[in-house]
Design a binder for this molecule. Structure first.
Ligand code: AMP
Ligand code: MG
Length: 308
């Protein structure tokens, strides 16, 4: 059901979970003052309890209460990218262990959408994972959330497709900033502040830098088949409106090869559309340009296609 910001505040203060839009995707929110509400998020999503949640703040001033030492460049990164889709992993104090997955750190960010910022200012910090059943594409419209969690979930309507792609998560490891989850802010954008291009620190079982990366993600029910060229395939193809494909394929265009932000906005909605249509097999054009947000889009498509 759709609710007002005032209703959202009462739910959060009463220890309930609500869904809020952000400039990236919708989130399932709980107050950090209500550990029982945080547990409800894990239960609702079917999320493994060792996969920590991002702490969302209303402003930078709330940060000093939860963390002590800031690694080099943290203040510059905050000045440049907050409010916005950059989650920064820092030493954390006073964040309930229900949210941190038992780690001594937490990922923090200030989201940019005013409606959600105002709710956080009134409710205090909120933990918010993406609003989707674990493993499915992130929710980018109220209907996606009702599909996953039922019509009774309280949702603030932020419209369809906020920004599409989740925040970039970074961590200061071995003397330099590393990207531990690719996202809406690109490595190139970060390099302008850092003076070096931050590397991607892939998560492995031995090196669980970003626990969530160990799990399946973003996947529709349909089997996604990724190819760089098409000749005589039939069925549905997720591709680009500025490319030519064989007429045997029905094109669902996610944007053009010149518009990564539009592609980012449309990607999850398109994957969910495939499920609504009951498709079992979908082709995807993976011949993407290099760099910037395309690297994130490539990673999302690869994950969505992996049924491991
Ligand atoms: P989501 O909540 O779905 O947007 O995903 C948040 C991502 O941030 C997950 O992949 C988490 O594993 C990751 N994350 C959150 N907190 C931390 C942390 N303290 N250290 C490393 N990764 C984190
Ligand atoms: Mg998620």
């Amino acid at each position: 059901m759709l609710i007002t910001p005032e209703e959202a505040l009462s739910y959060l203060n009463a220890g309930d979970v609500v869904a809020l839009p952000t400039e990236t995707v919708y989130g399932l929110a709980a107050s950090i003052a209500h550990p029982e509400a945080i547990k409800k998020i894990y239960a609702l999503k079917g999320r493994p309890s060792n996969n920590p949640l991002i702490v969302h703040l209303a402003s930078v001033s709330q940060l000093q209460q939860y963390t002590k030492a800031l690694p080099p460049h943290t203040e510059n990164l905050i000045t440049q990218f907050w409010p916005g889709p950059l989650s920064i992993v820092l030493d954390a104090h006073g964040i309930p262990e229900e949210a941190t997955g038992g780690l001594a750190t937490a990922a923090f960010r200030v989201p940019a959408l005013p409606i959600t910022q105002n709710i956080i200012a009134a409710a205090g910090p909120l933990v918010m994972p993406s609003a989707n059943l674990s493993g499915k594409p992130s929710g980018t419209s109220p209907q996606d959330l009702f599909d996953d969690f039922g019509d009774d979930l309280p949702v603030i309507d932020g419209g369809e497709r906020p920004g599409g792609i989740e925040s970039t998560v970074i961590h200061y490891l071995d003397g330099e900033w590393r990207i531990i989850r690719l996202g809406a802010i690109s490595a190139e954008q970060l390099s302008k502040v850092l003076g070096y291009l931050p590397l991607f620190a892939a998560t492995t079982q031995d090196q669980p830098t970003c626990p969530g990366q160990l799990y399946r993600h973003y996947a529709p029910k349909a089997r996604l088949q990724l190819q760089k060229s098409f000749s005589n395939e039939t069925g549905v193809l997720i591709g680009f409106s500025d490319r030519r494909y064989p007429s045997t394929l029905e094109l669902i265009a996610v944007g053009t090869t010149e518009t990564p932000y539009t592609v980012g906005e449309n990607l999850y909605a398109t994957l969910r559309e495939c499920d609504r249509r009951g498709l079992t097999n979908v082709w995807v054009d993976i011949d993407l340009p290099e760099g910037g947000l395309w690297e994130t889009i490539k990673e999302r498509i690869n994950k969505a296609a992996s049924h491991g």
